[in-house]
Design a binder for this molecule. Structure first.
Ligand SMILES: [Zn+2]
Ligand SMILES: [Zn+2]
Length: 131
């Protein structure tokens, strides 16, 4: 019985984290997700958020954006798309450019079995570029 309760609790936490992630375009950090999800699940720990993000990534439901020295970001939109990372404010934005399958094809011609590619642009976002 207790095992069932525990797994119900676990899946509720996972669903809540995914719901928060899917409701935003901000590509939040784990800490930002933790703050938002705690409004619904007050006792949720940051460690639990990290564990759930790992599981969701493994399930292919979450995109993990590894961000060099800055904090990693997470995306509930797993369709192929590109990102822009702002050097000034740290924002991670969706880049409104179409996915380029010809890059996958070119890589495949080099003998690689290609599952897809990701592309992060870096520079200054439109808001930070304003004089
Ligand atoms: Zn910016
Ligand atoms: Zn995105």
């Amino acid at each position: 019985m207790e095992g069932i309760e525990r797994s119900r609790k676990r899946s509720r936490q996972r669903e809540e984290i995914l719901a928060v992630l899917r409701s935003t375009k901000e590509h939040p950090t784990a800490a930002m997700l933790h703050t938002a999800a705690r409004r619904r699940i007050p006792r949720l720990s940051l460690g639990t958020v990290y564990r759930n993000l790992d599981v969701l990534e493994e399930m292919g439901l979450v995109l993990h954006i590894r961000n060099g020295n800055a904090q990693d970001r997470f995306d509930g939109d797993v369709s192929p798309h590109y990102h822009f990372v702002c050097d000034a404010c740290g924002a991670v934005l969706d880049m409104p450019l179409p996915y380029r399958p010809e890059l996958d094809e070119a890589a495949a011609r080099e003998g690689f079995r290609v599952r897809g590619h990701r592309l992060d642009f870096h520079g200054t976002c439109p808001a930070c570029s304003k004089p």
